[in-house]
Design a protein around this ligand. Structure first.
Ligand code: SF4
Length: 98
């Protein structure tokens, strides 16, 4: 129903959040470019995350400069889905926040 209010069809912030599959992410930054809510940052993978990967994915990450996407502003996500579409590695899923 169109009521002329400022509400739109987007989800409220904090309901849905993006989750990055670090085995897929290559830090290309498509998500960073398209997200209207500034959810993402691209940075060097954290040591704990790196050590959590198997050898094959560690090597893959080295080839891609050790960069991955993180979501420091995940609670601002409004579930528009642009990041999911923009990621060439299909590394992003939107899940219901806990
Ligand atoms: S779904 Fe939209 S608002 Fe949420 S992280 Fe992706 S691009 Fe940003």
């Amino acid at each position: 129903m169109r009521d002329g209010s400022t509400s739109d069809c987007k989800q409220k912030p904090g309901v849905i959040a993006p989750v990055i599959d670090l085995k897929r992410c290559e830090g290309k930054g498509g998500c960073l470019e398209v997200c209207p809510e500034n959810v993402f940052e691209i940075r060097r993978i954290a040591q704990d995350d790196y050590l959590g990967l198997d050898l094959m994915h560690r090597l893959k990450l080295r080839v891609h400069g050790m960069k991955v996407a993180y979501t420091p502003n995940a609670n601002a996500c409004r579930s528009c889905g642009l990041c999911v579409t923009a990621c060439p590695e299909r590394a992003i899923k939107l899940i219901r926040a806990a």
